[in-house]
Design a binder for this molecule. Sequence first.
Ligand SMILES: NC(=O)c1ccc[n+]([C@@H]2O[C@H](COP(=O)([O-])OP(=O)(O)OC[C@H]3O[C@@H](n4cnc5c(N)ncnc54)[C@H](O)[C@@H]3O)[C@@H](O)[C@H]2O)c1
Length: 272
Amino acid sequence: MTDPHRDRPLRVALLGHGAIGSVLAERLTAGAVEGAELVAVITRSGGRGGATAAGVPVVGLDTGIAAADVVVECASVAAARELGPAVIAAGRTLLLASIGALNEPDAARRLTTGPGRLLLTTGAIGGLDVLTAHRQAGGLRDVAITSTKRATSLLQPWMDPAQRDALATAAAPVVAFEGTAADVIDLFPRSANVAVAVGLAVGDPGAVTVRMVADPDATRTTHRISAVSDAGRFHCTVENDPNPDNPASSALVPYAMLAALASLARPSGRFA
Ligand SMILES: NC(=O)c1ccc[n+]([C@@H]2O[C@H](COP(=O)([O-])OP(=O)(O)OC[C@H]3O[C@@H](n4cnc5c(N)ncnc54)[C@H](O)[C@@H]3O)[C@@H](O)[C@H]2O)c1
């Protein structure tokens, strides 16, 4: 099958214009991805019209979907669950940052049944391809991810004042969560997309041990991922600078999404 955009640029719409979306908009407008063109930014109030500072139309969901070949979600887990299925139902490609959306069965079904296709960004981490290979090899076990970030990035509305205080004033690293990738996303929706990504790579979020650590001295967000299979052992550590506009988000994420768009725009001879 050839892509419908092969004789023209890949038309991209952003769903979300925050820390990740702003970098995407700026880089796409600057021509950072050859063969891709930013045609719209979808916001909650986009139906009222307007444009970004760079002149990109700000639109509502339906107009954005109609204008685009690919919608890039960089909004939230809730937005991905609520709005993503319309992108898929319209036959468009949806590139998802909020991978945790797939942890809810009904949303997962609606996001993966087509006719559009769902692509997942590697986002803040790496090694998902190697984990997938280990899964194919068989005997996968001891899959774990430990995410360490500054305490303020892990504070959640559901925490009681004592929990919030304990995290915010800790003098040493504190384990804020220990459980599985299936359980963590609704508790830490902005920080656990990577855990669900590991869960999807190994085929079972419930089999992934997740630790969320608040470190008062953390200047970067660190993800340590490990696994064992019949083909060997896997260890991967990434140390991400925070996004200057949102310290809870890693600076790397928009660049992972740009890499995915580059692969879509010029699919030949790239890592998949
Ligand atoms: N996969 C990964 O590694 C990874 C890493 C970081 C963040 N994320 C995901 O990306 C999301 C965005 O991250 P960010 O740092 O840019 O967050 P952000 O809060 O800086 O920006 C989110 C933007 O989306 C907009 N938005 C939210 N709901 C919307 C809706 N229903 N319709 C239209 N716009 C909506 C907000 O107004 C905001 O402008 C996070 O919530 C998280 O789920 C994934």
